[in-house]
Write a protein that binds this ligand. Structure first.
Ligand code: GRF
Length: 217
């Protein structure tokens, strides 16, 4: 079981998918706290509805990014968080948070990285004319959407797609692979070697069948 903290800014559909995976017993994690930089983010409502502690940390209350992140780290530690999941958290994070949770911060991004980092990436993918897009769960390092890749899922781009229709197709995959990546972390199966993340085979305790949870996603 891994103790996670989820950082959000917006609607929180990825948070919802993590909550549901935990409640269905597919994800062996406990969501200790949901932190938002936006006071009225709908993601906070979702957390409260499921009895998950929330915290709002406002950007304007802190003189610089490092002080803001120090407060985020304080709240995460206070709740015993071991793994941080960025889920639509619209802020660049500093070394303060990166160093406190080295290779223990994940992010979900709606493109097949390293294509289309940054913002409005579904539009960028459409404009570029790619035939496939998708999403990426990666560990967070100091760069822009640049950390080691854990899982990617691919979706087709159709001729009739709009930003909305493509985003929706990608989002459905986000909701599938983010809990899956967290589950792999929870099982201690992710090994980072340089840029590459290797997924170890699941090790069932001797004398038992292989843990069926590993195959439920
Ligand atoms: C998702 O598209 C995610 O990939 C990106 O921000 C969006 C968050 O959506 N990082 P939601 O708040 O989880 O609905």
């Amino acid at each position: 079981m891994v103790a996670i903290g989820v950082l959000v800014s917006g609607s929180g559909t990825n948070l919802q998918s993590i909550i549901e995976a935990v409640e269905k017993g597919k994800l062996d994690a406990s969501i200790k706290v949901v932190i938002s930089n936006i006071a009225d983010a709908f993601a906070l409502e979702r957390a409260r509805k499921h009895g998950i502690p929330t915290a709002v940390i406002r950007v304007k209350d802190f003189p610089e990014r490092e002080a803001y992140d120090a407060e985020v780290v304080r709240v995460l530690k206070e709740h015993g968080v071991e793994l941080v999941a960025l889920a639509g958290f619209m802020r660049i994070i500093s070394r303060v948070l990166l160093d406190a949770y080295h290779m223990r911060i994940m992010n979900i991004h709606p493109s097949l990285l390293p294509s289309f980092p940054g913002l409005e990436v579904q539009k960028a993918a459409l404009d570029y004319g790619v035939k496939f897009s998708g999403c990426t769960v990666h560990f967070v390092d100091g760069g822009l959407d640049s950390g080691p890749i854990i899982i990617q899922a691919v979706v087709p781009v159709k001729d009739e797609d709009t930003v909305e229709s493509l985003s929706k197709r990608i989002l459905a995959e986000e909701h599938r692979i983010y809990p899956q990546a967290i589950q792999l972390f929870s099982e201690g199966r992710l090994e980072v070697r340089g840029r590459r993340v290797f997924v170890r085979k699941s090790e069932a305790p001797s004398g038992t069948m292989e843990n069926p949870r590993a195959a439920t996603f």
